[in-house]
Design a protein around this ligand. Structure first.
Ligand SMILES: [Zn+2]
Length: 160
């Protein structure tokens, strides 16, 4: 399931990416861009009622809060996610992350992070940023857990 989100749904696009979905989002608002993406097989997500008649199969997102928005999509589209796919995509670029070559990772991230996460470091081939399962990701996983996206392997008792 692939998406294109309108200008008012940047946060939703980000969290869809966190969950592993391909979610196109541009911070400008050309209807023709969304239309083009929709013809390319993406489901348009919009907060703007006026766009609904212009976009085939568009989902009108009814809520302002991202947790409500995700809940709506979960119900409306039978959105299913697997925790194995979470954090597999660059949140900024929407590009699948790749395993980082050890040498490059060693040179580009703090040493302690490298040694703690050696096998789990990935990078974005588009923006070049490195990602690892650190405290930032843990906070996001806890957030997902509260929203009903459950990773059975998440250790909620962990400090950070
Ligand atoms: Zn990136």
């Amino acid at each position: 399931m692939r998406f294109v989100a309108d200008i008012m749904l940047g946060k939703l696009a980000k969290w869809l990416r966190v969950l592993g979905f391909d979610a196109d989002y541009q911070s400008f608002d050309p209807i023709h861009h969304i239309g083009q993406m929709a013809r390319d097989g993406r489901i348009p997500l919009t907060r703007q009622r006026k766009l609904i008649p212009l976009l085939e199969d568009a989902v009108f997102v009814r809520y302002n809060r991202v947790d409500d928005q995700l809940k709506q999509l979960k119900q409306a589209l039978f959105l299913e996610t697997c925790h194995a796919d979470w954090f597999s995509r660059c949140i900024r670029c929407n590009v699948p992350l790749m395993a980082a070559p050890e040498e490059a990772a060693r040179n580009n991230i703090p040493e302690y992070v490298f040694y703690e996460n050696m096998k789990n470091i990935r990078f974005c081939p588009s923006c070049g940023r490195y990602f690892w399962p650190g405290s930032h990701r843990f906070r996001m996983e806890k957030q997902l857990n509260r929203w009903g996206f459950i990773n059975p392997f998440l250790d909620l008792g962990r400090k950070s």
